[in-house]
Design a protein around this ligand. Structure first.
Ligand code: NDP
Length: 304
């Protein structure tokens, strides 16, 4: 029987996961198909319930359903429970288990960003959405002692801090108003800076004026557009070490693959296929193609 793994989101046509997951199944000799399910919030409970059937290995969950899925599975792992978000589902008989592999993805990215240096203890995070939750929990778990969250809507930043109340009780986790003077003061005291907002998808936009960026920061932008975001370009010009979100995306996918299959993820192949899909998505965006899979299949990435 061909097994099925689905990505549930709304929309999902832009997803890059299919390219790397399908290649990984094929390379590992696993007879499985990765499908995109575009489901509204109303359709989500039925979509998740369907995964209890034997043909399913599991699922990925993406925007905007990660938080709602927590109450639809039978059990959550520590990472999913701690972040209040599920991005991967596995099946144990008829029981569904909710995981959050974004945390593992972020932890890999953080380790790569820091490299051989001693792990810093202070971070500034921009954003308070689903991505920011995985980031903040990853920082808490990595032993950071001070994390300051800035979000356009302060109340959402405060809600994030409140959510982590207990797991961050031993450290200083604060939400602050998004004012340039406050940001500048905090950035001058920190070592790690993470952009977990969606500002920067447009290459001309940046969440932070370049002149506020001090030198020698370690900057991670969760955005995984090809090339560098404006934030990354300006941070690099200021003397910072920068990284985009591609590594985080790769490693959350690799962790999900291992959970579904019990086999080690073919990381090099997944990295290659993801890079192709990212390149294809930028070609698709430039030429108005809505479906990344179609762009990849059409050879947009490889120039076939
Ligand atoms: P959400 O929709 O949950 O959150 C979006 C965040 O961006 C909020 O903090 C929102 O602020 C902020 N934002 C949006 N527009 C603006 C603006 N004009 N000015 C300032 N802030 C703004 O999305 P996610 O958290 O899931 O994703 C955020 C980004 O991170 C996306 O680009 C996504 O692709 C990326 N990401 C990457 C991952 C990876 O593996 N590399 C994993 C997860 C996310 P407000 O609350 O005020 O609206």
């Amino acid at each position: 029987m061909t097994r099925r793994v689905v990505l549930i989101g709304h929309p999902v046509a832009h997803s890059l996961s299919g390219a790397m997951q399908q290649a990984a199944f094929d390379a590992a000799g696993i007879d499985a198909r990765y499908e995109l399910w575009d489901r509204s919030a109303l359709e989500l409970p039925d979509a998740v319930a369907e995964l209890r059937a034997e043909e399913f290995l599991g699922a990925n969950v993406t925007i905007p359903h990660k938080e709602k899925t927590v109450s639809l599975v039978d059990k959550t792992t520590d990472d999913a429970h701690a972040t209040g978000a599920v991005n991967t589902i596995t099946r144990d008989g008829k029981r569904l288990i909710g995981h959050n592999t974004d945390v593992a993805g972020f932890t890999h990215a953080l380790d790569a960003l820091v490299g051989k240096q001693k792990m810093p203890r202070q971070a500034v995070v921009l954003g308070a959405g689903g991505g920011a939750r995985a980031v903040v929990f990853g920082l808490v778990r990595a032993g950071f002692t001070r994390v300051v969250v800035f979000n356009r809507h302060l109340h959402r930043g405060e809600a994030l801090v409140k959510f982590f109340g207990r797991s961050a009780a031993h450290m200083e986790l604060r939400a602050m108003p998004w004012h340039e003077s406050v940001l500048e003061a905090e950035l001058s005291k920190t070592k790690v800076f993470v952009n977990a907002t969606s500002v920067g998808l447009d290459p001309d936009e940046t969440p932070l004026p370049g002149e506020l960026i001090p030198p020698e920061l370690l900057v991670l932008d969760l955005i995984y557009n090809p090339g560098r975001t404006r934030l990354m370009r300006e941070a690099e010009a200021a003397g910072c070490h920068v990284m985009n979100g591609e590594g985080m995306l790769l490693h959350q996918g690799a962790a999900a693959f291992e959970l579904w299959t019990g086999k080690p993820a073919p990381l090099d192949l997944m990295r290659e296929k993801l890079a192709e899909a990212i390149a294809a998505s930028s070609v698709a965006a430039d030429s108005g193609i809505a479906d990344v899979e179609a762009a990849v299949a059409g050879g947009a990435a490889t120039g076939d």
